[in-house]
Design a protein around this ligand. Structure first.
Ligand SMILES: *Cc1c(COP(=O)(O)O)cnc(C)c1O
Length: 415
């Protein structure tokens, strides 16, 4: 599957997404709604393509980080419930209501502001009260929840669509504090139910919780990273998942350097022997963490090769002295396929978290969407013009034209 049309590209495997969503659904339990979190362009995978496929797989709701991300989904024709997990700014409120987008609610001030806008425009705000059980970032403290639920109920133009909380520990239920958060949330929900103030969905489970807690998981779960085939914090269960994204580039140049020759900005690496190095057509502007300089590894010609020197904006250098036959045009995998580092390994080597690795894959990296054909309705499936290329082109064309241009940039020109 060498793809020499691109200096760098990311494969997005929709069949892996199908598989991971099955795993997630089994963990969530029968009858539990899956709200797939597609914030930050679906963690870098492409929000619209991922969301459309997820809906075909039976996902019943989508979670986003910002109002603009919700608008993007609506513009693409997605009609499932969409929740802005965090906050919006006041200026976004009426558009959010007009497009039937649900929003997290975190304070009495927001109730007043939303009610005022909704009444003036003749609209309804559908809100999920966020209860802060220990995240300390958004949401209202548990002892305020009861009062705020009362105010939401008496606000004419506000509709309580759910009650939510968020787990702070990346180790999920393996962390005592997370278990306490879940208990506290159950307690708040129980009290609200007794008082007749509970309505809509109740949800707390992110990926870490879903993969560590026995359940039941209330009526809705909010997985993100696990659906993309990655788990945070070395949690058990990662081997059940398949990576959705793999990132590749080409060897741009191969050259031999004499002993003692420096490589890269700041000359942080020097050849300790006569060395053969390969310069790769990818850099930190494409999303390779700068911190991988002299620390990262890539997969080339069936072997691991170390990154040497500092990562540049457009280039990475690797030492291929011990990998025979490396030549310009060779495909190099940065992460995500057999033999190559996993996203988790890249994160560990760069001292960051796996989320940041896929989120950082840049705008100039075309996403090549593969798989998912069996879930397409026949009228949108295109005949394949040939092996490889045709299949790919058909897959790319599934994205709406405007979406493709903004999402994959350079690829739109090539296609
Ligand atoms: C991002 C996010 C999620 C998904 O978290 P993962 O760890 O990716 O599963 C769930 N809920 C909220 C509120 C979030 O912000």
């Amino acid at each position: 599957m060498t793809d020499r049309r691109y200096r760098v590209w990311a494969d997005v495997d929709l069949d892996a997404l199908t598989h991971n969503l099955d795993v997630v659904r089994r963990r969530a339990g029968a009858g539990v709604r899956v709200m797939l979190v597609v914030k930050a362009d679906a963690y870098g995978h492409g929000a619209v393509v991922v969301a459309q496929h997820a809906v075909r797989c039976g996902v019943g709701a989508l979670g986003v980080g910002t109002a603009a991300e919700a608008f993007e989904l609506r513009r693409a024709g997605l009609t499932v419930p969409v929740l802005v997990l965090g906050t919006i700014v006041d200026g976004e409120a009426s558009a959010v209501m007009r497009h039937d987008i649900q929003i997290g609610l975190h304070s009495a001030r927001e109730i007043t502001a939303l009610q005022e806008t909704a009444e003036r425009k003749g609209l309804t705000a559908r809100v999920h009260l966020n209860v802060d059980t220990g995240m300390g970032r958004l949401g209202v403290l548990p002892d305020r929840a009861h009062d705020l639920l009362g105010r939401i109920h008496s606000a004419q133009n506000l509709d309580l669509a759910g009650v939510m909380s968020h787990i702070s520990s990346p180790r999920g239920a393996l962390d005592e504090a997370a278990a306490r958060q879940a208990e506290l949330f159950q307690h708040v929900c129980g009290k609200a139910r007794t008082a007749g103030r509970l309505a809509g969905w109740t949800h707390i489970a992110n990926s870490a919780w879903l993969f560590t807690a026995p359940g039941p998981h209330l009526d809705t779960v909010r997985p993100g990273i696990s659906a993309y085939g990655v788990l945070p914090g070395d949690l058990p269960g990662a081997d059940e998942l398949r990576p959705v994204m793999s990132m590749h580039c080409q060897v741009a140049l191969v050259k031999d350097l004499p002993r003692g020759a420096p490589v890269g900005y700041g000359s942080t690496w020097r050849a300790s022997r006569r060395a053969r190095i390969a310069t790769l057509s990818v850099g930190y502007a494409d999303g390779v963490p700068w911190a991988l300089g002299n620390r990262g590894e890539v997969w080339v010609r069936g072997a691991r090769a170390p990154m040497i020197g500092n990562v540049s904006m457009d280039y990475v250098t690797i030492d291929v002295t011990d990998v025979p036959g490396v030549a310009p045009g060779d495909r190099v995998t940065l992460f995500g396929s057999a033999g190559a580092p996993t996203v988790e390994e890249v994160a560990r080597r760069a001292s960051t978290i796996p989320y940041e690795v896929t989120c950082s894959v840049g705008r100039r990296v075309p996403r090549i969407v593969r798989g998912g054909e069996e879930l397409l309705v026949p009228s949108t499936a295109r005949p394949h013009s040939g092996a490889g290329m045709g299949r790919e082109r058909g897959a790319i064309e599934r994205a709406a034209p405007g979406e493709l241009a903004t999402r994959v940039g350079p690829a739109a020109i090539l296609e």
